[in-house]
Design a protein around this ligand. Structure first.
Ligand code: FES
Ligand code: FES
Length: 174
């Protein structure tokens, strides 16, 4: 005997609306309306034109998208903008100015610590976080604690040398 099916229905579920988020980006109070799934990386690049922060893997594996959030380094591709309402974000654009580079920016130039430069903003932001953490004292420790930042050009020896120079300048190395 044929089975009787009861008719079921569902109302169309509307897409979630945009959400307001307030961030302090490189010292500037910034208000945005973003879809809830907008990553901090996309908000910075696509909405605020801060394209210094790079998208590499978009999966938390390369470190190209590293920025500082309330002084701590994070992968902005793994962070939804709406989760960080009220936070202070520092990108590579906020670290120094053309006439007064951040010591790490200068050290990367001094040591030729880049080739294509794609990973460099993330490397520098990550190194700022690393120095603030104060855990790395040796070249090996720098290598270990910077291992989340991949350089496809293989500039690692120069990157480590640049970070050591900046650490020496800021008095964080023994
Ligand atoms: Fe975020 Fe690769 S783009 S870790
Ligand atoms: Fe090219 Fe690092 S300088 S990926």
């Amino acid at each position: 005997m044929a089975q009787k099916h009861t008719r079921r229905s569902r109302n169309v579920v509307p897409a979630p609306g945009k959400i307001s988020v307030a961030l302090i980006v490189n010292g500037l109070e910034t208000k945005l309306e973003v879809a809830p799934w907008t990553t901090l990386l996309d908000a910075l690049r696509d909405r605020l034109d801060l394209t210094g922060t790079k998208k590499g893997c978009d999966h938390g594996q390369c470190g190209a998208c590293t920025v500082l959030l309330d002084g701590r380094r994070i992968n902005s591709c793994l962070t939804f903008a709406v989760m960080k309402d009220g936070a202070k974000v520092t990108t590579i654009e906020g670290l120094g100015t053309e006439g007064a580079l951040h010591p790490l920016q200068q050290a990367f130039i001094d040591h030729d610590a880049f080739q294509c430069g794609y990973c460099t903003p993330g490397q520098i932001c990550s190194a700022v976080g690393l120095i603030a953490e104060g855990k790395a004292k040796t070249a090996d420790e720098i290598r270990e604690l910077m291992s989340g930042n991949i350089c496809r050009c293989g500039g690692y020896p120069n990157i480590v040398a640049a970070i050591q120079q900046a650490m020496d300048q800021t008095g964080s190395m023994p």
